[in-house]
Design a binder for this molecule. Structure first.
Ligand SMILES: Nc1nc2c(ncn2[C@@H]2O[C@H](COP(=O)(O)OP(=O)(O)OP(=O)(O)O)[C@@H](O)[C@H]2O)c(=O)[nH]1
Ligand SMILES: [Mg+2]
Ligand SMILES: [Zn+2]
Length: 344
C-alpha cells in the first residue's frame, strides 16, 4: 500500500514537473514568436496616418511629430489618411527609427467615403471636421456639380465649406459664379473665395482651417494642391504637394495626404485626388432630399405621405418653389440628381 502510495506520489510529482516544463516551453515559444515577429521593434505608440501608398503608410508619431514609413500587420486592411493608429518603430544602431509597423487602428470619429468605379463606397479620409469643396473659375463647374458635392457632404454629417478658387480669372463684375456663390451663402454655407496670387483670400481660408482637420475635395485642376502649397511656409513640408507628372505636364494628385499648417493653430488639411464625376449612387432618395438643406422645413408637409415632389397636388416643396422660398435652379438640380439615381 505504502509502496503504491509512494509511486502515486512520485508519478504525481513527475507529472507536475513535466507539466511545468511543458508550460514553460510553450510560454518560451510564444515569447520567442513575439520577439521574432517584432524583430527589434520598440514599444507601442500612438500616431496618425499621413499618407497611404498601397502596401505602406506614412505615420506621424504623436510623441515626437516625426513621420515614419510603416508597413501593416496582415489583418489590418482599409486604413486611410487621417486614421489614428498604434504602431511600433524599429531603430538602427544609432537609435533612429528607420521604419515601423502599424499594429492597430483607433476609433474613427468620422469618415469621408467616395464611390469607386464599381459604385462601391471606399473610405478616403478619417477623423475630419470639415469638408472644403473646391471649385474654380476654370475648369468651369458644370451646373449641379456643387449640389452633388453638398448632398454627399450632408450625408456624411461633416460640415461643408465652399471654396471658389482662381478668382484672379473672374471678370471684373464677378460674373455668374459670384452670383451662384451668394446663393449658397444665403443658404447658410460658409463661402471663401481664393486665388493663389491673393493673400487676402488665403488668410480667410487659413482662419477657417484653424483648430480643425479639413479635407479638400473637388474636380481635378481646380487648384487644391496649389492652395496647400501656398499655405505651407516650408519647402520641406511641401513634399509631394505639387510633384509634377512630367508625362502630362500636370500636378495630378494620386493619394490623399495630410498636412499640418503651422500658419494656423492646430490646422490640418488633407489633400485628395480630384475626381471627374461625383456619383451619388450610394444614397437613397430620402438622403438626397435631406441633402438640400433648404428643403428640410417642408419635408413631411406634403399632402401625400409618399409624395415624390413631381406633379403631386399639395406638394409642399413645389409650393415652396412657387413662392420662391426654394430656388428653381436648386430644385431642378435636385430633380437631375434623382433622375441620375434612377438610371443606375
Ligand atoms: N490662375 C490661377 N491658376 C491656378 C490657381 N490655383 C491653381 N492654379 C493652376 O491650376 C492648375 C491645377 O492646379 P492643381 O493644384 O494641380 O489642381 P488640383 O485641384 O490639385 O488637381 P488634382 O490634383 O488633379 O485634383 C495648375 O496649373 C495651377 O497652377 C489660381 O488661383 N489662379
Ligand atoms: Mg492636386
Ligand atoms: Zn412633395
Amino acid at each position: 500500500m505504502s509502496k503504491r502510495k509512494l509511486s502515486r506520489q512520485q508519478r504525481w510529482r513527475i507529472e507536475k514537473v513535466q507539466a511545468e516544463r511543458a508550460e514553460r516551453a510553450t510560454r518560451h515559444d510564444v515569447q520567442e514568436e513575439v520577439l521574432l515577429a517584432a524583430g527589434d521593434y520598440g514599444a507601442e505608440q500612438p500616431g496618425r496616418v499621413m499618407a497611404h501608398f498601397g502596401r505602406t503608410l506614412d505615420v506621424r508619431s504623436d510623441v515626437d511629430g516625426e513621420s515614419v514609413r510603416c508597413h501593416l500587420r496582415a489583418n489590418l486592411e482599409g486604413l486611410v489618411t487621417g486614421d489614428r493608429v498604434v504602431w511600433r518603430g524599429r531603430t538602427d544602431a544609432e537609435g533612429h527609427i528607420v521604419e515601423g509597423v502599424v499594429v492597430a487602428r483607433g476609433e474613427r470619429e468620422s469618415v469621408l467615403e467616395r464611390p469607386d468605379a464599381r459604385h462601391q463606397l471606399k473610405p478616403v479620409a478619417a477623423n475630419i471636421d470639415q469638408i472644403l469643396i473646391v471649385f474654380a473659375v476654370e475648369p468651369e463647374p458644370h451646373a449641379n456639380l456643387i449640389d452633388r458635392y453638398l448632398v454627399a457632404a450632408e450625408a456624411t454629417g461633416i460640415a461643408p465649406v465652399l471654396v471658389l478658387n482662381k478668382v484672379d480669372l473672374l471678370p471684373d463684375d464677378g460674373g455668374e459664379l459670384k452670383t451662384l456663390l451668394q446663393r449658397y451663402a444665403a443658404l447658410g454655407y460658409p463661402v471663401v473665395t481664393t486665388s493663389t496670387s491673393c493673400e487676402d483670400g488665403l488668410a480667410t481660408l487659413l482662419a477657417r482651417l484653424a483648430g480643425r482637420t479639413s479635407v479638400f475635395v473637388g474636380q481635378s485642376g481646380v487648384g487644391k494642391s496649389s492652395l496647400i502649397d501656398r499655405l505651407l511656409p516650408d519647402e520641406e513640408l511641401r513634399i509631394g504637394a505639387l510633384s509634377k507628372d512630367s508625362r502630362k505636364g500636370t500636378h495630378t494628385t494620386t493619394t490623399a495626404r495630410l498636412y499640418r499648417l503651422p500658419a494656423a493653430e492646430g490646422a490640418e488639411l488633407i489633400d485628395s485626388p480630384g475626381i471627374r464625376e461625383f456619383g451619388l449612387g450610394h444614397l437613397d432618395e430620402q438622403q438626397v432630399t435631406e441633402g438640400f438643406v433648404e428643403f428640410r422645413p417642408y419635408i413631411g408637409q406634403c399632402r401625400f405621405r409618399d409624395c415624390r415632389h413631381r406633379l403631386e397636388p399639395g406638394c409642399a416643396l413645389l409650393a415652396a418653389v412657387e413662392r420662391e422660398e426654394i430656388h428653381p435652379e436648386r430644385f431642378a438640380s435636385y430633380r437631375r440628381i434623382l433622375d441620375s439615381l434612377e438610371v443606375r
